[in-house]
Design a protein around this ligand. Structure first.
Ligand SMILES: NC(=O)c1ccc[n+]([C@@H]2O[C@H](COP(=O)([O-])OP(=O)(O)OC[C@H]3O[C@@H](n4cnc5c(N)ncnc54)[C@H](OP(=O)(O)O)[C@@H]3O)[C@@H](O)[C@H]2O)c1
Length: 251
């Protein structure tokens, strides 16, 4: 671990020098949460693209994949929009024995659910079919009737919320009522953009993948109107593969 000149405690960390438990401790949520804390995790290219050839995973690096796993291991719930939920990492979130031991020693449940936000109510069968940890589905009141029947017949905890687009505050309240306070928002850009626009994001762990990609990709957040949220840099993790991960927080 290296100390960034003039900072105390150290904020610059060498990823290879940290064990998995040390990474979990580094990214642990505050112990005294009384309401949901929304931490987003994204990867972008150096030039700000959120995807490469249509996929965020193609920007991934070994350091990013390692930290992606550790961030899940310190959370109560992984929150995603319906499109992101279709990709492979949401079918079955597994916790290693070591991760479960770390979680239980800190009062977290051994495993965690995925929560999917959807206006239409269409949730991938692979996510709905996970009976080990049934998902939470936050669905708009005007959801498609057939899709809603599928949800109701599944093991999912289905929470209906008003409107076509579910508001950020309603999502926060719903997760809070379930006691899910350590919220890891894994995107995608549509869901995250709404949280930024609504001023409802508390933290962002942003991985910079060591690539310039140009192309037509989106940014991690976009909105019609200008938004300004001042963030503080809380930690920098550098990987030997060129990856840089910065944890930004508003508190
Ligand atoms: N670089 C990264 O770290 C990263 C992370 C995640 C995703 N990605 C990439 O991003 C792309 C997907 O982007 P995306 O923006 O479409 O993903 P997304 O935010 O996961 O999904 C958008 C969909 O989620 C539902 N949704 C989101 N917010 C909602 C709200 N407030 N109320 C109701 N429904 C809501 C809607 O689906 P319905 O209308 O169908 O219900 C919406 O069309 C993929 O290419 C993926 O690889 C990259």
């Amino acid at each position: 671990m290296t100390t960034l000149a003039g900072t105390s405690p150290p904020i610059l960390h060498d990823a290879e020098a940290l064990t998995d438990d040390a990474l979990r401790d580094l990214f642990a949520y505050p112990a005294d949460l009384a309401a949901p804390l929304f931490r987003a995790n994204f990867i972008a290219s150096i030039d700000g693209a959120v995807t490469l050839e249509g996929s965020g995973r193609k920007l991934g690096t070994p350091t990013d994949r390692r930290v992606f796993g550790r961030l899940r291991e310190v959370a109560d719930v992984v929150l995603v929009g319906a499109t992101t939920a279709c990709s492979k990492p949401y079918a079955d979130i597994r916790m290693s024995a070591e991760a479960q031991a770390w979680r239980l020693s800190r009062g977290l449940a051994a495993t965690l659910p995925v929560a999917v936000v959807s206006s239409r109510g269409v949730v991938p069968p692979a996510v709905l079919g996970n009976v080990t940890v049934p998902p939470v589905v936050l669905v708009a009141a005007n959801a498609d009737a057939a899709a809603r029947r599928v949800l109701d017949e599944s093991e999912a905890r289905v929470i209906e919320l008003p409107g076509d687009r579910i508001g950020s505050a309603a999502i926060r309240n719903a997760l809070g009522e379930l006691g899910l306070y350590r919220v890891l928002v894994e995107g995608g850009p549509t869901l995250f953009s709404q949280f930024v626009s609504d001023n409802e994001i508390d933290e962002l762990c942003l991985t910079t993948s060591p690539k310039l990609v140009a192309g037509p990709a989106r940014r991690i957040a976009a909105a019609d109107g200008h938004v300004e949220i001042n963030m503080q840099r809380r930690g920098i993790l550098a990987g030997g593969d060129g990856t840089v991960i910065v944890r930004w927080a508003r508190y």
